[in-house]
Structure formats: structure tokens, C-alpha cells
Design a protein around this ligand. Structure first.
Ligand SMILES: Cc1ncc(COP(=O)(O)O)c(C=O)c1O
Length: 387
């Protein structure tokens, strides 16, 4: 079939495919332990659900403004000011169907054919695909285990060209859990200002940070940088609301207007009653977020300890998000061979690192119970003895 070129160049999300396969096998009765999930295993807190139910019962079932209801955009603007020290008016905020949608919109409105977008690797697998869908060219900035999977300013400087339009940052990172310090962000910000490129800062995991570390929003560093920054966040990971599909971008006004306009001709508004739920999450969700963060940190410690004890596996200790990125170089298997065989032979699902641009690693999610972490890792340990 003669499909458009733009779609022929992209591959469907491997993480979603693996998760779907693991869920299907489970439904068929196979005893699968899945470390592939990209979402919290907790349920959405009850008050958030209740406010969506109430809004439905009150007839909040019609179109809303395409960029989201004003009340919610005001609440996001206040959250950004109080928590992130970012000054964005409600007009600069566009509420979209997930952070993914917010990133997609942003790249569509910024990228012209042939523009370059710098992406540190290992990267969230949708970044390069979305760049390609916008007609741009991804320029990969490779980061290393030994350097804490953090980009160095010197490396970045070398990759900047006249065509550089955007740098994508994602702290805490999926898949490594690396968290960028204020000082590193400042150095990167200086390069962005010197060359006038935009920074798309994906902060979807901002609330899931461990070891007492603090999240820093690059746009808060100074006003010149704020004018070059598009800050992306959302409800999915913090409030266990992945299925609700709610995220936002906060950006300089012309970009926000363009994103709103694009959205008005594509999805229109994010679901009306889901917006009511997000509003409630911003009002009262913090104690629940804290509980989930504490649970994730405990699981991180457990998974990191158990994986460190398995010969041939070298885990990177994440400071945020809910993934353990594990070097598998010593197994002499490619990441696809490793994950395919592990699923077939030991019924444990992990995501091959190749999906994130690193074929010597796998990603294991600790958004699962401690009991599953223990039994899944016991299986992996036994399996590795046999191969
Ligand atoms: C780094 C990163 N950004 C964005 C998203 C998308 O979030 P949402 O579910 O809000 O679209 C994800 C989801 O996995 C992610 O890992």
C-alpha cells in the first residue's frame, strides 16, 4: 500500500508492544513477571476519581476550550510558579492528551524540514520518532554509564550547528533515571543562549526523585532561558493517571498559541471530565504522590541490590523515575536476544535497550511489588546460570 513517506520511516513503540505482549500472555494464563511497565502500578487516588465522576454527573460532558479549561491552566501556572519557580501565564499553557501529545505538538510547531534536534542517548524512544514525523533530523548525544548518563557541555557544544533548532532534555530520565543538577543545566543553558536554540524540557518524572535530590527546571534559571524553553509535564506518572491522558506544555506565547491552534485542528480539547480530575490532583494529590515516591524508592533500593548481586549484570543506580537501566555487555547477547530469550525461557519481560539507543542494556521497571521484584530476579539469576 502506498502510505505517506512520513509514516514509513517510523517504528511502532517497542515498549508499548512488549507491555501488550506480556499482558496478553498473562491473560492466557502464562505465569509472566513483567518489568516492562512504563506506568505506576498504583491506582489513581480516590479523590481524583471522585472529582471526575462528580463532574460527569454534573454534565461536564461537552467540548472545552481546545487548550484546556482556564481553571486548570491557572492551576498549572500556579503549580509551575510555586514548585518550579517558572513564570508562565495561563495563556502560555496548553493542556494536551498526555505529555507525549504536548511534545508532539511542540515539535510540529517548531521544526522545519531538515532542522536538527539534539537528543541525549539513552533516550525515551518516542523522541527521535516524533522529530522524524516533524521532518527534523535527530542528532544523538551519546552519554555513558561511567559519566552518570549525563551529557557534557563540551560534547553538546561539538554537536551544535547552524541547523540546531531544539535540544531535548529529560530529567529525571527514562530509561536511565539520571537526574541533571542545577549546575549542569546552567552550563547547558549558556550554550543554548549563545546559539539561540530551544530547549524542550520533558519533566514528566519530576516528582519521582530519590536520595533527597531536588528537581530543577532549566527555564527557572533566568528569563532569557525561559524564553527559549518549553517545559513539559503532566499527570500520568506523578498521580498514577496514565490512562487519563493529560499533560501540558508551558512555552513562550507564540509557541503556546501555535500548539493551541494545531491542537484545535487535530484532537480538540483533552477529555472534559479528565481535566476535572487533573485539577483535583493538583489541589489535593501531594500526600499520595509522597507515599508513591517513598514506595518507589524502597523498590529501587531492593531491585538495585538484587541486580548488583547477579553476575554479568551491571545496574546503573537511578536517582529518579522508576526504571533500572542494566548493562548486559558481559552476557554477550544483544539486548533483543536477551529480552526475547528471557521472556520465552523464563517468562520475565524486560525492555531491550536498543529501543532507547543502547544495545548493551535492558530496562527494568520497578513499578511492581517487592514480591514480584524478588521472584522475577530469582528467575533471571537462574536463567543466566544456564545460558
Ligand atoms: C520521558 C517520557 N516523556 C513523556 C512520556 C509520556 O507521558 P504521557 O503518558 O503523559 O503521555 C513518557 C511516558 O512513558 C516518558 O517516559
Amino acid at each position: 500500500m502506498n502510505l505517506a513517506r512520513r509514516i514509513q520511516n517510523i517504528t511502532p513503540s517497542l515498549t508499548l508492544a512488549i507491555e501488550a505482549k506480556a499482558k496478553r500472555l498473562k491473560q492466557e494464563g502464562v505465569d509472566i513477571i513483567s518489568f516492562s511497565a512504563g506506568e505506576p502500578d498504583f491506582d489513581t487516588p480516590q479523590p481524583i476519581k471522585q472529582s471526575a465522576i462528580d463532574s460527569l454527573n454534573q454534565g461536564f460532558t461537552k467540548y472545552t476550550p481546545a487548550s484546556g479549561i482556564l481553571e486548570l491552566r491557572k492551576a498549572i501556572s500556579e503549580k509551575l510558579s510555586q514548585e518550579n519557580h517558572l513564570t508562565y501565564s495561563p495563556e502560555q499553557i496548553v493542556v494536551s492528551c498526555g505529555a507525549k501529545h504536548a511534545i508532539y505538538n511542540t515539535l510540529q510547531v517548531l521544526i522545519n524540514e531538515g532542522d536538527e534536534v539534539i537528543i541525549p542517548s539513552p533516550y525515551w524512544l518516542s523522541f527521535p520518532e516524533m522529530v522524524s514525523l516533524a521532518g527534523g533530523k535527530s542528532v544523538i548525544l551519546k552519554t555513558e554509564f561511567e559519566a552518570g548518563y549525563l551529557p557534557s557541555p563540551a560534547q553538546l557544544e561539538k554537536l551544535v550547528t547552524k541547523k540546531t533548532k531544539v535540544l531535548i532534555l529529560n530529567s529525571p530520565s527514562n530509561p536511565t533515571g539520571a537526574v541533571m543538577s542545577r549546575d549542569l543545566l546552567r552550563q547547558i543553558g549558556e550554550i543554548a543562549k549563545a546559539h539561540s536554540f530551544f530547549i524542550l524540557s520533558d519533566e514528566i518524572y519530576e516528582k519521582l526523585i530519590f536520595d533527597g535530590k531536588e528537581h530543577c527546571s532549566i527555564g527557572s534559571l533566568d528569563s532569557e532561558l525561559l524564553n527559549l524553553t518549553i517545559t513539559v509535564g503532566g499527570a500520568s506518572k506523578a498521580y498514577a493517571m496514565t490512562g487519563w491522558r493529560l499533560g501540558f506544555s508551558a512555552s513562550p506565547k507564540p509557541i503556546a498559541e501555535a500548539c493551541g491552534s494545531l491542537q484545535s485542528h487535530s484532537t480538540s480539547n483533552p477529555t472534559s471530565f479528565a481535566q476535572a480530575g487533573y485539577l483535583e490532583a493538583l489541589k489535593s494529590g501531594e500526600p499520595e504522590v509522597k507515599k508513591m515516591r517513598v514506595a518507589f524508592e524502597k523498590r529501587r533500593d531492593l531491585m538495585y541490590r538484587l541486580v548488583s548481586d547477579i553476575p554479568k549484570l551491571k545496574p546503573f543506580k537511578p536517582s529518579g523515575a522508576f526504571y533500572l537501566f542494566v548493562n548486559i555487555h558481559q552476557t554477550r547477547l544483544s539486548s533483543l536476544q536477551f529480552s526475547d530469550r528471557l521472556l520465552d525461557e523464563s517468562k520475565v519481560a524486560v525492555v531491550p535497550g536498543i529501543a532507547f539507543g543502547d544495545d548493551h542494556a535492558i530496562r527494568m521497571s520497578f513499578a511492581v511489588s517487592e514480591q514480584l521484584i524478588e521472584s522475577g530476579l530469582a528467575r533471571i539469576r537462574e536463567w543466566l546460570k544456564k545460558i
